[in-house]
Design a protein around this ligand. Structure first.
Ligand code: HEM
Length: 239
């Protein structure tokens, strides 16, 4: 249901996906070859030559299988010209299309488990709060406090599911990550990370200072929320 929005579509197993990737890589190599031929073709001069015929063939071949080109680019990690790839390199590139299974298995399940836990926790608290019984279960209040950072954990794991799960692609079947890395130097990237770290450190210090201040101050003992609502005519006063 999650993968295909359908209850009947077959979900291929990993071995099958790997075999399909191998076929796609072979087609991709042909597309790469056609593209190189088109690129190498000289601008047309008068009269049709044998080279024109070859280019026309390459063009029609590229129109058929050009969408598989991305698979040939997967080989670029191992060989400069995908047409020179050995059988072993093709097999390796096909294996690369399967991300590390345990990482995905667990990050997805922990994220979903946390999601279910949040639904349960919210339901319980809604129920107790509606019946004004929140203060009867101090253990639950403790659980609630310890649950505060968990959505963050779920978000990070969701991000792992989405980003790690689509490797080795930036755009699935079209553009491999290895072909899309930017050419920024390590120094530039380091500088950006340090900038972010500094900015967010300042923000967390401000946030924490404000929070601690508010907690130290504590609630105003004279302030009764219900009295305020009544005074603002938002709820009728009790008889
Ligand atoms: C309740 C059960 C949940 C289910 C069934 C679920 C399902 C999914 C799925 C299928 C994806 C992958 C989407 C994709 O890229 O194709 C995903 C990604 C993600 N999930 Fe969950 N999730 C659940 C709970 C949560 C919770 C509780 C959080 C955070 C509080 C969360 C945060 C995320 C994030 C941040 C992503 C990455 C989105 C992106 O970058 O595209 N998920 N989730």
């Amino acid at each position: 249901l999650i993968g295909t929005r359908s209850l009947t579509t077959e979900i291929p197993g990993i071995d099958k996906l790997e075999a399909e990737a191998k076929d796609n890589i072979r087609q991709g190599i042909k597309a790469y070859d056609a593209l190189q031929k088109i690129r190498a073709a000289k601008p047309a001069t008068s009269g049709e030559t044998s080279q024109d015929v070859a280019t026309t063939e390459a063009r029609s071949s590229f129109e058929d299988i050009g969408h598989q080109l991305g698979y040939a680019l997967l080989l670029k990690r191992y060989v400069n010209d995908p047409r020179q790839a050995t059988e072993e390199q093709i097999a390796q590139a096909a294996r690369d299309t399967i991300p590390h299974v345990p990482t995905l298995f667990w990050s997805f399940r922990i994220m979903v488990g946390l999601g279910m836990f949040f639904i349960l926790l919210t339901t319980v608290f809604f129920w107790l709060s509606a019946r004004r019984q929140l203060d009867r279960y101090p253990l639950l209040l403790r659980v609630a406090v310890f649950a505060i950072p968990l959505p963050w954990v779920a978000i990070e794991l969701g991000w792992v599911v989405a980003e790690f799960g689509r490797q080795p692609w930036i755009i699935e079947g079209v553009l491999p990550t290895a072909a899309a890395v930017s050419n920024l130097g390590a120094g530039t990237v380091l500088l950006t990370i340090l900038g972010f770290a500094a900015l967010y450190t300042v923000l967390i210090v401000i946030e924490m200072t404000l929070m601690i201040k508010a907690i130290r101050k504590g609630p105003d003992p004279d302030e009764k929320p219900e009295a305020k609502l009544i005074s603002e005519n938002l709820v009728p006063a009790a008889e």
